[in-house]
Design a protein around this ligand. Structure first.
Ligand code: AMP
Ligand code: MG
Length: 429
């Protein structure tokens, strides 16, 4: 029987005994911190691969990328207007405009050769190559916009409205440093400098396998006794939000089938996550039954609530990390946040710091079992510096989880906290 069905720990009771020095039931449990430490000691960062720019998105750069070309790579116009010699329109004003002949028009991308000769100007568009002879650009709004002759109503200084070669990036500058997660802007900078591929630790590939005879696909009919599989959607989505590529699979409670499914995914996955089948002592603990024989996965009780039954280890020739998470949805989610997310980051060589240093004040009382660290669903108001425990804290109660933006952490030796007490929180993404 699973003992992971957390009681409703958010309570309106006023509990006065905040800690208990009496007996603890954590004797055969390992702490959250040591379980995580073992996981992180096992995870090796993925080997870097050279990927085309589009595929490198979401990867973590494995080496500094330096600029082979200055940016901009040539002097060009910052405005639509006219390339001029500043001295030619020195005295221009509204009352006494200066008129110059327009000898050419240069659009962005035009690679022809043009020249601004003394006493003339060239119509120029934003991003177009600055023609020799010009030392400034006058924006079109300060002129009459003429095509054969243009009238200038203001003077400009040399250099005005010109983007100089190298004013953004000098040749040899580090564009993006090793260890940087490649997001939209990093991609843009690499692309802007003509970099077509990058050496990255790629997005980890995650296979999520839900187990349970009771599970059916959402969108199909069920009869009482059956439920729709929610964990595989949740865990695959959480993995993607954590930067992985993830897919979901659902199998029934058959140890041989579980093993076959895991073996099937091994060539395609950098990390495996199962849900269900690991509760304490049931004969239906198929994941445990399937993996116990391998001897490379450890099943244990972790001193936490929800999510006490945990399994972690490696499988296959590549020693692929596998997390066997409990089936209760809230337990599975909390386990993902605490253990799988840091592991995914470690696969990309990144470090994780999740608890926020600020300690918001509880707006209501909470309770927690002695000897276990509780992660209660709450709504954090960072501006107010408060966190409100939600109603519905049992480990099957997904609705409160869906309303939460933080987990309220109640330490192992604390059994009750009151409104007004400062609490540690883990922010949810
Ligand atoms: P187990 O860990 O397999 O004993 O499952 C514990 C509880 O979680 C049971 O109520 C299961 O029905 C439920 N559960 C297991 N897997 C899923 C899933 N994929 N989606 C939703 N609930 C699940
Ligand atoms: Mg099950």
């Amino acid at each position: 029987m699973s003992s992971d069905t957390g009681r409703d720990a958010a309570s309106s009771h006023t509990a006065n005994s905040h800690t208990s020095g009496s007996h603890t039931d954590s004797g055969d449990m390992v702490s959250v911190d040591s379980h995580l430490a073992e996981i992180l000691a096992t995870i090796r960062p993925l080997p870097p691969v050279m990927l085309g720019l589009a595929e490198a998105e979401g990867g973590v750069l494995a080496e500094d990328v330096t600029a082979g070309t200055p940016l901009p790579s040539f002097d060009n116009s910052a405005m639509d207007g006219y390339a001029v010699r500043a001295q030619d329109i020195e005295g221009a004003s509204e009352a006494a405009p200066v008129t110059l002949p327009v000898t050419a028009e240069i659009a962005a991308g035009d690679t022809g050769s043009y020249q601004v000769t003394p006493g003339s100007c060239v119509r120029i568009m934003t991003g177009a190559l600055l023609p020799p002879g010009a030392d400034a650009v006058v924006q079109v709004e300060w002129t009459d916009g003429g095509t054969s002759r243009a009238q200038f109503r203001r003077p400009v200084a040399p250099g005005d409205a010109i983007r100089r070669r190298g004013d953004d990036v000098a040749k040899g500058d580090v564009l993006v440093t090793a260890g940087t997660w490649v997001g939209s802007v990093q991609l843009a900078l690499l692309a802007a400098d003509g970099v077509g591929s990058a050496l990255v630790r790629p997005r980890p590939r995650v296979a999520v396998i839900s187990t349970g005879n009771e599970l059916a696909e959402p969108g199909t009919p069920i009869i009482p006794g059956r439920i729709w599989d929610s964990n595989s959607f949740m865990l695959a989505a959480a993995a993607r939000q954590a930067g992985a590529v993830a897919d979901r699979h659902r199998i029934s409670d058959d140890p041989a089938g579980v093993l076959a499914a895991i073996e099937d995914q091994l060539p395609r996955a950098d990390l495996l996550v199962t849900s269900g089948g690991v509760s304490m002592g049931g004969e239906h603990d198929v994941v445990k039954a399937a993996l116990a024989g391998l001897g490379t996965v450890t099943f244990r009780k972790v001193a936490m609530q929800p999510g006490m039954p945990q399994g972690f280890g490696v499988v296959g020739a590549q020693r692929t990390p596998i997390f066997t998470l409990p089936g209760n949805p809230v337990s599975a989610f909390v386990s993902f946040e605490l253990f799988v997310r840091p592991a995914l980051r470690a696969l990309q060589g990144l470090h994780t710091e999740r608890t926020s240093p600020a300690r918001p004040l509880l707006t209501g009382a909470v309770r927690s079992p002695l000897g276990r660290r509780s992660f209660l669903r709450g709504v954090l108001d960072a501006e107010e510096g408060s966190v409100t425990p939600l109603t519905g804290q049992a480990s099957h109660q997904l609705a409160a989880l869906a309303h939460a933006n933080a987990l309220i952490v109640v330490p192992e030796q604390v059994v009750a906290m009151d409104a007004g007490d400062p609490a540690e929180v883990v922010r949810l993404p």
